[in-house]
Design a protein around this ligand. Structure first.
Ligand code: DX5
Ligand code: ZN
Length: 220
């Protein structure tokens, strides 16, 4: 079993409330919000005021993915803005333990994110202090990129690491997830599948969530 977390990065921002309502009606329970600062990644998206507004518009779990430098300065502000899950990149934070702890202390789930080029053992210690690990299966910054196949081995390896240590840590995967690979990604051990263009790039976001939720229902 896995959850679909539609990423609003690929939504129509002018009609954001309708887009959110659509994925909720399709059965999504988690909404993925990509926060980019133009420094950690070469793109700028949205920040705290938008998260505050989304909080008023939905009861879905709000999952904020912080692609920003020095995320420890902002993580708790995102919890205060209404985020239920806040993830920070291992590559961006010199004090990951402190940041993860501060997110938990503020009452949200704390996640650590790892880029495709970063060795998996970089999160070896952080997973003791995290509620979930987000494996990037594309380089962060943009929607609509192609899934990096090596991510499957990384998923399996991380799943094994978590099992071997008896930890209660979820695995989220982000980037290039669509109908063609969701089955194999689920088998490799992902619990939460982020999907941007595969949800909002289609004509009917609600139907796209339904299709992606039914493992193996449709193959293209
Ligand atoms: C990329 C973002 C993703 C993005 C995924 O940096 O973190 O969440 O929205 O988009 P797709 O599903 O189109 O790869
Ligand atoms: Zn993301």
């Amino acid at each position: 079993m896995y959850s679909i977390a539609p990423s609003i990065l690929s939504a129509n921002f002018v009609r954001l409330e309708e887009e959110i309502a659509a994925v909720e009606s399709g059965g999504a329970t988690i909404l993925h919000v990509d926060v980019m600062d133009g420094r950690f990644v070469p793109n700028i998206t949205i920040g705290l005021p938008v998260v505050k507004s989304i909080r008023k518009a939905t009861s879905m779990t709000i999952d904020t993915h912080l692609m920003i430098v020095e995320p420890g300065d902002y993580a708790v502000q995102f919890v205060d803005a209404g985020a239920d899950m806040v993830s920070v990149h291992i590559e961006a934070d010199q004090h990951i333990h402190r940041t993860l702890q501060s997110i938990r202390d503020a009452g949200a789930k704390a996640g650590v994110v790892i880029n495709p080029g970063t060795p998996l053992n970089s999160v070896s210690e952080a997973i003791y202090h995290a509620d979930y690990v987000l494996i990037m299966s594309v380089n962060p910054g943009f929607g609509g990129q192609k899934f990096i196949p090596r991510s499957l081995d990384r998923l399996r390896e991380l799943r094994q690491m978590i099992t071997d240590r008896g930890l209660d840590v979820r695995i989220e995967i982000d980037g290039g997830i669509d109908m063609s690979n969701i089955n194999v990604v689920a088998d490799a051990g992902a619990d939460i599948m982020v999907a941007g263009s595969a949800v909002f790039g289609m004509g009917d976001p609600a139907e796209a969530v339904r299709a992606l939720s039914n493992k193996g229902a449709v193959w293209v």
